[in-house]
Structures are given as structure tokens and as C-alpha cells.
Design a protein around this ligand. Structure first.
Ligand code: ADP
Ligand code: ZN
Length: 436
């Protein structure tokens, strides 16, 4: 089902006109209310077309940090009914705020994304995103209630209890990180529960980068159709975009509220649809913390072709990485997701991996630590002690060298020794260069 068809299936020209009208309104609002924007937009002419936005400067995470905690708010703090803070995976936390209307918007866009993912009124939602300062838990909670679902606010962690609740309450939809979906799938398998015995049918997984090969593992492991949910605290939290379960070809951006652009990571120049670059958002309707041209640092591309599901909203591809988790290894740009895609092509390996980056002199060295499958470990008598180990490591090293174009050392780990999500986001890169 489509939660708000009047907006989600709006013809392109009408959507463009709505975006322009809202953009003009929000720019005037920010000039009037936020000193940083008043100064930065000084001398920049009024917006007459959507293209005029390109003459505006970007807003960056540093702007939120420099004005921490309340400096970019466009309303008095007393009008904010809620604050959240980003999890700070990339530095000092930032605080974001919501007026009563913003909280209502937050619920509506999350009701939309749950419906995109296959959710319907009357279904049970097992929400395993963290509750608290992180926007994930509460965002999807309010969205589920708004859609008319029965929400189970499990939050992250305590995997055994999650399994029991899923068995007892028979949820149709689960929301969690992709790495945690795998943790749950594996825990079910260890209990001897097969995917067709699990009630779950749909999932919104996101909040961290993942790949098509990981999707295949999640779908098979839980017996579901998983869709990608994307969002960030600065823009609203979850609810920015989600794939439709019909096509699963890019996440529909709630464009009537969050205007997306793709720009060149170096020059900041706009890039055409289909080309990969940095995703930039302008919020069109938020009150407490509207942002103009916010530089997400996330790398993706946009597609505005009509979709099988009937929505006209543009679609963004799976996130290829984040400019700040991009590793430059001997001159080659590498995202952890590229390595992940390679590892998952090798049947002896699992998606439990970590990249350890060190620097010897001026050269960056990357070690890929990856867990082998149970069946490999059982079949190779003696497991990792056997003489099949080095040939397998060599094979993976060669695959990485030939597809990614840079060499990394591969170390196999025994089943269970790799990194696991305990419910939240999983750090894929252990960068020891900063310590040196
Ligand atoms: P933090 O930067 O502290 O992690 P958030 O919790 O707001 O702050 O996380 C937002 C970021 O999480 C996004 O900018 C993006 O890098 C990542 N993210 C969210 N959803 C996805 C997704 N579906 N795929 C890849 N990355 C995602
Ligand atoms: Zn669609």
C-alpha cells in the first residue's frame, strides 16, 4: 500500500512546483531566523527556480558542531518538544530538534517507509533499532503507530530475548541494522529454527552501509524480503528514503520534504541522474532545524525513472560508502562495502569481517579479517590449522587485487571470532593510523 498517495505518486511537474514553492518559503524563513544563514546568504539572490539552489553554499556537519548545541535552531528552544543526538560514529555528537509539527512529520514519513517496505495496518512490527538519543528507534516506533501497526519496542541487544519475542508475538515486519539482521538469522539457525518457521515477512534494514550480497543472506536467513531504509539525524532521522518492496531498485526519497542533489565530491558541482557522487539534502518543511544543501558525505546516485510501484519519488541507490570512511590505500579509493561484496562471492567466507588499517612509514596497509563458514571449518579437517588455509587466503587476496585494484592482506578467523552487531551500528574499519 501507499501511505500518502497524493504526494508519493504526484506527477513530476506538480512535485517540482511544490518543491519550488516550499524551497522559497524555507529560504525566507531561514534568512529571517538563523544568524548563520542570514550571513551566508547575504547577497545571494532569491530563488526563482530549483536550479537557483545551486548558487547556495553547502551546510556541513562542522556547522552543527561549531554552533553546538542549539545554535542553528530556527525556533526558540522552548518550542522544541524533542531533542535527539547523532550517535557520533564520526566524532563529537550533534544535537537535533523537533517541534510538535516536526514530530508529526517524523511519524508520517516513517509510516510511508514502513508501507514502502511491505508494512500494512494491523501488522505487528518488531522494532529492534536502538531507543534513546539515536533517532532510529523512536522514528520507526511513531511511524509504525501512525501506519496502524502494533509496535513492539524491543530496541537493540539481548538477542536471546529478541528470538523469544519473535517466536511468541509473530511479527510480520522487523526493523534493525543489516548486521543485526544477520546476527538474528544466525541465532535462529543455531536454535534449529528454519526460515519458513519464522513469522517475519518484511524488513527495513539500514543505518549502516550494506550490499546486495548481504541482502541475499538476510532474505534467505530470515525468510523475508528486506528493503533498504536510509536516513540521518540532521535531516530527520529514519524516514528520508526506503526501497519499495515491489522493485527493490533504489530507495524512494520523500522528496516533497527532503530535496536531494548529487554533487561531485571534489568540486561540489551538481551531477546528472545516474552518476555517483555525494548526496546533499535540503529540508523543505521542517521547523526546528531546517538545513540548506546539507552535505551528507554519503556516496550514491539518483534515478527519476517511473517505478513499478507507482511512486514518482526519485530513487537513490544503496550507499556505496561515506566520504569519511573512504580509505585511500596506495592511491586507490576503497569503501568497506567493495571489500564486502568480494568476500561474499567466496562461499567459504561469511559477512563477518573487519578492515584493520595501519601505516608503515608512508604506506597504508589493510588487513582483512574475515570469518570462515561453519561448513568450511568442519570440512577442512583441523579447521584453520589445515593446509587449505593459505591457499584460500591467497585466492581472496588475488580476488581483491584484481577487482579493487589494490592489495590487502587476508586473515581467516574461526567461526564466531569475527565482529558481530550487538544491535547497533557495526564499525567495519579499525583505523590504527590515527593512533600512530
Ligand atoms: P552518525 O553519523 O553519528 O552515525 P546518524 O545516526 O544520523 O549519525 O547516521 C546517519 C548516517 O548513517 C548516514 O549519513 C549514513 O552514512 C549512514 N546510513 C544511514 N542509513 C544508511 C543506509 N541505509 N545505508 C548506508 N548508510 C546508511
Ligand atoms: Zn517503487
Amino acid at each position: 500500500m501507499i501511505f500518502e498517495p497524493q504526494f508519493e505518486t504526484m506527477p513530476r511537474e506538480k512535485l517540482d512546483a511544490l518543491q519550488l514553492e516550499r524551497l522559497q518559503r524555507i529560504v525566507a524563513y531561514l534568512r529571517e531566523r538563523v544568524p548563520l544563514y542570514r550571513e551566508r546568504l547575504d547577497g545571494i539572490p532569491e530563488i526563482r527556480s530549483l536550479e537557483d539552489l545551486r548558487s547556495f553554499p553547502f551546510t556541513r556537519k562542522a556547522d552543527l558542531r561549531d554552533t553546538y548545541p542549539f545554535g542553528l535552531f530556527a525556533v526558540p528552544r522552548q518550542e522544541c518538544v524533542r531533542l535527539h543526538a547523532s550517535s557520533g560514529t564520526t566524532g563529537k555528537p550533534i544535537v537535533v530538534a523537533y517541534t510538535r509539527d516536526d514530530v508529526d512529520l517524523f511519524a508520517r514519513v516513517n509510516a510511508r517507509v514502513l508501507a514502502m517496505a511491505g508494512g500494512e495496518p494491523g501488522m505487528v512490527l518488531h522494532n529492534a533499532y536502538g531507543y534513546g538519543l539515536f533517532t532510529g528507534g523512536l522514528g520507526l516506533h511513531y511511524g509504525g503507530e501512525r501506519l496502524g501497526m502494533t509496535v513492539v519496542p524491543v530496541s537493540g541487544g539481548m538477542t536471546e530475548r529478541q528470538l523469544g519475542l519473535i517466536e511468541d508475538l509473530c511479527p510480520d515486519v522487523i526493523t534493525c541494522t543489516p548486521s543485526y539482521a544477520l546476527t538474528l538469522a544466525q541465532a535462529f539457525a543455531e536454535r534449529g529454527v528454519t526460515p519458513d518457521e519464522i513469522s517475519l515477512r518484511f524488513a527495513c534494514v539500514g543505518a549502516e552501509p550494506w550490499t546486495e550480497s548481504m541482502r541475499a543472506e538476510i532474505d534467505a536467513g530470515l525468510g523475508i524480503r528486506a528493503t533498504n531504509i536510509y536516513g540521518l539525524s540532521e535531516i530527520i532521522g529514519p524516514g528520508v528514503s526506503n526501497e519499495c518492496v515491489e522493485a527493490r531498485k533504489g530507495s524512494h526519497v520523500n522528496e516533497d520534504h527532503f530535496l536531494p542533489e548529487i554533487v561531485d565530491p571534489e568540486s561540489g558541482e551538481p551531477l546528472p541522474d545516474g552518476e555517483q557522487g555525494v548526496l546533499v539534502f535540503t529540508t523543505l518543511t521542517k521547523q526546528a532545524l531546517p538545513l540548506l544543501r546539507y552535505w551528507t558525505g554519503d556516496i550514491t546516485s539518483l534515478d527519476r525513472e517511473p517505478c513499478a510501484c507507482g511512486r514518482t519519488l526519485a530513487r537513490m541507490a544503496l550507499i556505496a560508502g561515506r566520504t569519511d570512511d573512504m580509505l585511500i590505500v596506495r592511491g586507490v579509493n576503497v569503501y568497506p562495502t567493495q571489500v564486502e561484496a568480494m568476500l561474499l562471492q567466496v562461499p567459504e567466507l561469511t559477512p563477518h569481517y573487519r578492515l584493520v588499517v595501519t601505516r608503515e612509514g608512508t604506506l597504508d596497509e589493510v588487513e582483512v579479517e574475515v570469518e570462515v563458514s561453519e561448513s568450511y571449518s568442519d570440512a577442512a579437517a583441523g579447521g584453520l590449522e589445515s593446509d587449505t588455509r593459505r591457499p584460500l587466503e591467497d585466492r581472496v587476496e588475488k580476488l581483491i587485487r584484481e577487482t579493487i585494484g589494490t592489495s590487502m592482506r587476508v586473515t581467516l578467523l574461526a567461526p564466531g571470532d569475527g565482529p558481530r552487531s550487538e544491535g547497533g551500528k557495526l564499525a567495519r574499519v579499525d583505523d590504527r593510523r590515527r593512533l600512530a
